[in-house]
Design a protein around this ligand. Structure first.
Ligand code: FAD
Length: 328
């Protein structure tokens, strides 16, 4: 069994049925490389571990631990927590980075409880200073940045997708299969479970590089198709404010904000969204924000890089037309 570097940073990554790692893999490993030596734990379906390990190495993981998920595993991440416990014992990492996804949060919380570790959620970045590992968070609707550093042990940090830009250098594959003992810890069991897969040709909202969102100002479910059309011309994911969701214009899975999805895309376009603090909380870290609102005093303009004061039903069709012309 190989030795692990003393400054190992363990990234926990899940692979799909093809052995493809989840979207934030490259940024997690890149971020790990900024504060230590990136080591990856890949959770992969049987027979897909090597493919996932190769991908992790191509993103910069210096060593990769492969944990093949048994087909009998429930959806509650019990195996993942057992695997992470084994990987943590083996590598004694300085920090553990996990995507801030639904599954990632589940794994982080369970592992932190089991191991007595400190957990920092929804970090926008990680750093190493003289005291140890520090995680940075956006708080109070993005108005402030808070930093957290545990005073004991290796922190478990969930990282918001799209927030780390650093990418690691490809490494040659150095992988080993992890032996995972069944802890027998079953705090919750799934008796019946149905995965509902929403199929869409659009990019997934979480982790998207471009997002076009519509708010109450869009006015109806039918009119929301215009927002979708704009998103499609830009190749963007489709988002919404809670008011738009509550009004039934679009499904809740598209909600951006404090009680929805947090996004950090390169481009965020807000159409008919006032910019309430709870909405800003989920999109304020976007690199470039464009807002269209007929009210020049709308708070969304306080954080917009580009603002258009006007009727979205005039501006959006013109923008779609221009983008289409420029494409052809
Ligand atoms: P409004 O505030 O009604 O704004 C609509 C905007 O559209 C206005 O600024 C108006 O000028 C503009 N407009 C109207 N017609 C046009 C037109 N033709 N062209 C251009 N502009 C037009 N909200 C979220 O979004 N996400 C959350 O996760 C979230 N979580 C919450 C959690 C809690 C605990 C609470 C209390 C609230 C939460 N909210 C959340 C709700 C939030 O406070 C706001 O109510 C909501 O964001 C408002 O949505 P909106 O901007 O679409 O609607």
């Amino acid at each position: 069994m190989s030795e692990f570097p003393q400054d190992s940073i363990l990234s926990v990554l899940t692979a799909d049925s093809e052995g493809q790692l989840e979207k934030p893999a490259a940024e997690l490993i890149g971020g790990a490389g900024e504060i230590g030596t990136p080591v990856a734990l890949v959770l992969a379906p049987a027979g897909r571990g090597e493919a996932a390990a190769q991908q992790a190495a191509s993103f910069g993981a210096v060593q990769v631990l492969i944990a093949e998920v048994p087909e009998t595993d429930s959806a509650l991440g019990t195996f993942a927590v057992d695997a992470l416990s084994a990987a943590s014992d083996l590598t004694a990492p300085d920090a553990i980075l996990i995507p801030h996804s639904i599954d990632g949060r589940d794994i982080a919380g369970r592992f932190a409880v089991r191991s007595g570790s400190a957990v920092s959620v929804d970090a926008l970045g990680v750093e190493r200073d003289s005291e140890g590992i520090v995680a940075h968070h956006s708080v109070y609707g993005g108005g402030y940045t808070a930093s957290s550093a545990p005073t004991f042990g290796a922190p478990v940090v969930t990282v918001r997708q799209g927030s780390i830009e650093t990418r690691g250098q490809a490494q040659s594959v150095n992988s080993q299969v992890l032996e995972v003992a069944d802890s027998g810890k079953r705090s919750a069991q799934v008796e019946s479970f149905e995965a509902v897969v929403e199929t869409s040709s659009r990019p997934e909202l979480r982790g998207a590089s471009k997002v076009v969102s519509g708010g109450r100002g869009v006015g109806s479910e039918e009119s929301f198709e215009l927002v979708g059309e704009f998103a499609d011309v830009l190749g963007a994911a489709l988002g919404a404010s809670r008011a738009a969701v509550d009004a039934g214009y679009i499904a809740q899975s598209h909600q951006v904000g404090q009680t929805g999805v947090s996004v950090s895309p390169q481009l965020y376009v807000a159409l008919g969204i006032s910019g309430a603090i709870q909405h800003k909380a989920g999109m304020q870290t976007s690199k470039t924000i464009v807002a269209v609102n007929k009210d020049g005093e709308a708070p969304i303009f306080d954080i917009a890089d580009y603002g258009v004061v006007g009727d979205l039903f005039k501006i959006v069709p013109q923008s779609i037309e221009t983008l289409k012309e420029n494409k052809s």
